[in-house]
Structures are given as C-alpha cells and as structure tokens.
Write a protein that binds this ligand. Structure first.
Ligand SMILES: [Zn+2]
Length: 116
C-alpha cells in the first residue's frame, strides 16, 4: 500500500513538471517566439496519459491548488514545508512517511512529499 501512495505522489510530481513545461511554452508563445509544435503536442499527450493514473480526488485537489500557486506540490525538508516555510507538525511528518494518504500542508494547503 505504501508503494501505491508513493506512486500517486510520483505521478503528481511528474504531472506538475509537465504543467510547468507547458506553461513555459505558452509564455514563450505569448512573447511571439516560435515554439516547437511537435514538442508541445508530445507534452500534451504525455500529460493526458499521466492523468489517467491519478486518482480523481487528488487530481481535483491538484488542479485547484494550481490555480492558486505556481507549484501545487512541494517537498518537505527538515520538517518544513518548502512552499510556505512553515513547520510541518511532527504528527504529519511521521505520517507522511508511512501513511497511505497523500498529505497537505496545514498552513498553505499544498500537497507535500518527503525528500528522503
Ligand atoms: Zn505550506
């Protein structure tokens, strides 16, 4: 089960990467530069495939956070959420490593993953 969660988080992190890349492409386009249309299409396709692996509830949460933050998913290091730099309660820190749940920062709501 733990492995399964890890997978969900891994999918989410990969999704975030793709979304950031797609956003960069859109920004370059807005500035009037040529973009590699084929590359952009491949990214979009990869995103569509990835999304199928992510639980609907997590995806909804991610999409909502993405409207609010540039990065919806952030790492935790030294018990600190690297999105808002607030300390993550020890209870969550202990949970985050073992629990089946994908956890969010209590302060900013971003989805958390632990750097091992
Ligand atoms: Zn936070």
């Amino acid at each position: 089960m733990v492995e399964k969660i890890k997978t969900q988080i891994e999918f989410l992190v990969a999704l975030q990467d793709l979304d950031i890349m797609l956003k960069e492409i859109a920004e370059v386009k807005e500035l009037g530069f040529e973009v590699n249309a084929e590359g952009a299409a491949t990214l979009t396709r990869a995103r569509a495939e990835l999304v199928q692996n992510i639980k609907k509830q997590l995806l909804t949460n991610y999409e909502r956070l993405r409207g609010r933050y540039k990065r919806a998913i952030v790492p935790v290091k030294e018990d600190t959420c690297l999105g808002c730099f607030m300390r993550v309660p020890t209870s969550i820190t202990a949970q985050g490593r073992t629990d089946m749940e994908v956890l969010s920062c209590e302060n900013c709501g971003r989805i958390l993953y632990w750097l091992s």
